[in-house]
Design a protein around this ligand. Sequence first.
Ligand SMILES: [Zn+2]
Length: 279
Amino acid sequence: MTTPAAIYPLKINFEIPFSKDIRLPRFVYLFILTGEKIHLIDTGVADGLHQIKTFLEKKGKKLSEVQDILLTHAHPDHIGAAKLIQQKSGCKIIAGKEDLNWIEDTELQYEQRPVPGFHHLVAGSVKVDLPVKEGDIVKPEEHTTIRVLSTPGHSAGSVSFFLEEQKALFSGDAILLPGEIPIFDDIQAYFRSLDKIKTIQPKVIYSAWDEPRFQNEIPGLLEQSKNYVSQIRNTVQKVAEKNNSVQSMDFCRAVLTKMGLNEKIANPLLLRTFSSCLK
Ligand SMILES: [Zn+2]
């Protein structure tokens, strides 16, 4: 094959059961690269497997032809189906070094980050065959050169993958969209990662949150994300001034209400996000 792999986004819908009466509808994009072989960027949740299978069948391909899965980070909606796909294909798993422990031990991840419905979203642990870090080059096939960019903030080990031939960036959850439920671990790292993405000047961004965004839209997109996260930080700081127990769920609910979101979705992950705004 003399051309770079073709890129297909696939949107997977799922739900997070926050409580008995609140099931939060969510979605995630994964990306299927087809060239001589098939390469996946993230896998979506475990239940999304049939969508991947159906998509490949429509292209005259099979799950068993998947050669590798590149994971942007360890969260359930990104690694959920990895184990199932690996069982069918024996594919290689490639992921950022810092997220290795949560991918290779999903029980540890659940203990440390108890996402509601975790065991329904994730099929199980997988071993990472190739741990990667900033600047590493992965070449899954000829004319497909992927450079690893460390883009922490959303999670400590988040990476983005830059497909050099197409100047296409797969950013995972690194670019939070305005209005989305904010999840990040480190707000300063988050801003630095946005700046890094801007510097490499991608022609297209394939984000897990969004439709593909092209060249002229990208600076605006990054700016909007930055402004939204800055607004969240300001709101958190304002609420914190009137609240003396910033480690409590009451604080989490107060911030959500101030943001115009449903206070019933208060949970430890959001509290962690809000706490990072006070550091
Ligand atoms: Zn995530």
